[in-house]
Every structure is written in structure tokens, then in C-alpha cells.
Design a protein around this ligand. Structure first.
Ligand SMILES: [Zn+2]
Length: 125
């Protein structure tokens, strides 16, 4: 893959993630306000409260995921300049254009990603 093309793709992905994060943060701020209103009102409806709790958790998981992806993109950009972009950090083999198109910030080839996912399964997630 062309370096400039990869950089453009990473920057475009970064801009998209920033927009998603901002939208999710706005949503979650709105849900928080609604929840506070409901807590202070005597006749709160349990079903509505449950829905908003779920929405709030969804927003948080979106933000967490987006922030993780942003970290990956910020880590991928300097690798472009170092000439390491697109090479697996574990085995050093090319990750492959197809995988990079789907996941521009991928650090590992499919094989090593699978191994890592297995290793980290008992961790935080
Ligand atoms: Zn690998």
C-alpha cells in the first residue's frame, strides 16, 4: 500500500472517530440530564429509566471503543514514517492490504491478532 494513501486513510478514519466520539458524548450528556430529572421526580416510570440506563451504557461503550481506536491510529501514524506501517508487530510479516483497508490501524496480522485475543480474554474484557 502507498504510504500517502495509508496516511490519508488513517487521517480520514481519525476524523470519523472524532465525530462519533463527539456525537456519543452529546448523547450521553443528554441521557445523564434526563436521568437526573427522573430521579428528582416522584412519578418516574421504571421502563423509561431502564431504557435510558441502557442508552447511557451504550454511549459509554461506544466512547471507550472509539477512544481505543484513536489511540491505535495515533500509534499507526508514526509507523508510517518509520516504514513499519502494515507490518505485523509480532512476526514482522506484511499485514495485507485487505486487512489494512478494513482496519487501517491494525498492528498485527490476523494470526497474531487471534493469538493475542485468546491471551487477553481473561483480562479486562
Ligand atoms: Zn504476525
Amino acid at each position: 500500500m502507498d504510504t500517502e494513501q495509508a496516511r490519508q486513510r488513517l487521517l480520514a478514519e481519525r476524523a470519523r472517530l472524532e465525530a462519533v466520539r463527539q456525537a456519543a458524548e452529546r448523547l450521553s450528556a443528554g441521557a445523564r440530564e434526563a436521568a437526573e430529572r427522573e430521579l428528582s421526580s416522584a412519578d418516574q416510570h421504571p421502563a423509561e429509566l431502564a431504557t435510558e440506563t441502557i442508552e447511557r451504557e451504550l454511549d459509554q461503550s461506544v466512547v471507550l471503543r472509539v477512544e481505543k481506536e484513536l489511540v491505535e491510529i495515533d500509534a499507526a501514524l508514526p509507523r508510517l514514517d518509520e516504514g513499519k506501517y502494515g507490518l505485523c508487530e509480532a512476526c514482522g510479516k506484511p499485514i495485507g492490504d485487505e486487512r489494512l483497508e478494513a482496519l487501517p490501524a491494525a498492528r498485527y496480522c490476523v494470526e497474531d491478532q487471534t493469538k493475542l485475543a485468546r491471551t487477553h480474554r481473561n483480562g479486562s474484557r
